[in-house]
Design a protein around this ligand. Structure first.
Ligand code: PMV
Length: 420
């Protein structure tokens, strides 16, 4: 690298989805490497509605590694960022950009500093696995910038060291995180089970539930559970291994009743081990419980499951409907039980793929007021608590990470390497 050329900036921009586990990861056997005590399975959510975009840049003019999240500079000092940066740098290769006349050799990467800008297209504070999409996107984008030769499954073992669930965001469709056996974590990686086209009738509706309290972080929660819950050992050793096999079969065969039964049971058992922790951890709240009972009642009245529900380390409900018709009926039910506060703008209350709202025949708040009670309700004495749900997101299974070649969509200025 000649000194006179020290003003160049080389960048890569990527977009990476978030994911929601249908067989949960809860509990680590190694805190630093982030190695889990069981396999887990997730569905990747459509990046059109929930994703992270990250631009990474390198320049000899940079004096330190720096990162901006949603426009605000954040500290990169945390061990998890440092672990990801160290691991990806160790795999960097020679890079040549003939057009810009830039040559970076493998050994230069150790000395060069990076600028990183990341943006979530959904509220970071909503508790929607933003760290999963974030770390996956960071590792994927750096892999491209540094010409890392490893495939996405190997990259997933690096993203895992940022946030466990991030390793599953390196693929679209349904993804399995294999817990692995190696002490160094090299075989604890994500693999794609099927791509997003395999089961494309599925529709996903997320209820972002208003929460009053700050939840226990997943890191703290898992630690406490592994230390104090007798139930977690039974779950990890006896229950999950069988469930993972059944879930893989259900996904392969698109067997919705089996899929829904396993998804709901696994979410409920995850929350049971949280309750079995000392002190007990409560992630779900009253609204979460009401959503469960609404779905359970409906599924029972139909004789076969129409909708699966799952909850992560927070009160938000993720509901997976067997097809579009069912999703329409689900949205009608959800809006009946959880109407918006007066004067709410409907387009900010149901976001994402709002065409489901049109299918449900809902154009304004009056249409919500006029929704009849679902037929499975025996007594008409239902409480409707306006404001218990902040908003709904309609989405579907989606694709894995992609590189964005259009430089106008980069989050960093190509001349300065600073946020635009
Ligand atoms: O990767 P973390 O530390 O955000 O933990 C995720 C834990 C759950 O979301 C509750 C389950 C899962 O498998 O994603």
């Amino acid at each position: 690298m000649a000194e006179e050329k020290s003003r160049w900036v080389l960048m890569a921009t990527a977009q990476t989805p978030t994911n929601i586990a249908v067989i949960k990861y809860w509990g680590k056997r190694d805190e630093t490497l982030i190695l889990p005590i069981n396999d887990s399975i997730s569905v990747t959510l459509d990046p059109a509605h929930l994703c992270t975009t990250t631009t990474v840049a390198v320049s000899p003019a940079f004096t330190a590694d720096r990162m901006w999240l949603n426009g605000k500079e954040i500290a990169l000092a945390g061990g998890r960022y440092q672990n990801c940066l160290r691991e990806i740098r160790a795999r960097a290769c020679d890079v040549e950009d003939k057009e810009k006349d830039i040559k970076i050799s493998k050994k230069d990467w150790e000395k060069l500093h990076l600028h990183i800008a990341s943006y979530n297209n959904f509220p970071t504070a909503a508790g929607l696995a933003s760290s999963a999409a974030g770390f996956a996107c960071l590792v994927f984008a750096l892999g491209k910038l540094m010409n890392v030769k490893e495939d996405n499954s190997h990259l997933s073992a690096i993203a895992r060291q940022g946030s466990g669930s991030a390793c599953r965001s390196l693929f679209g469709g349904f993804v399995k995180w294999v817990m692995g056996k190696d002490e160094n974590g090299s075989d604890s990686r994500a693999v794609q089970l099927v791509d997003e086209k395999h089961w494309d009738e599925l529709v996903i509706i997320i209820a972002v539930v208003s929460s009053r309290q700050k939840e226990t972080s997943s890191t703290r929660g898992m630690l406490d559970t592994v230390e104090t819950s007798p139930l977690i050992q039974h779950r990890a050793k006896e229950v999950v291994p069988k469930r993972v096999l059944q879930m893989e079969e259900a996904i392969k065969k698109r067997d919705f009743p089996m899929f829904a039964q396993l998804t709901c049971a696994d979410s409920n058992q995850f929350h049971a081990v949280c309750l079995d922790t000392s002190p007990p951890i409560f992630y779900m709240n009253d609204t979460s419980h009401r959503i469960i009972s609404c779905v359970e009642k409906w599924n029972r009245s139909e004789g076969t499951p129409q909708v699966a529900y799952t909850f992560d380390a927070g009160p938000n409900a993720v509901m997976i409907a067997r097809n579009r018709k069912t999703a329409t009926l689900l949205l009608q039910r959800l809006l009946f039980y959880f109407p918006p506060k007066p004067d709410t703008d409907l387009s900010s209350y149901v976001i994402g793929d709002s065409s489901i709202l049109e299918d449900a025949g809902i154009k304004d708040l009056n249409d919500i007021e006029a929704l009849p009670p679902p037929p499975e309700i025996k007594d008409n004495n239902v409480t409707k608590n306006k404001g218990d749900v902040s908003y709904f997101i309609c989405t579907r299974p989606g694709r894995g990470p992609v590189l964005i070649s259009d430089e106008s969509r980069a989050l960093l200025n190509p001349e300065t390497g600073l946020p635009k």
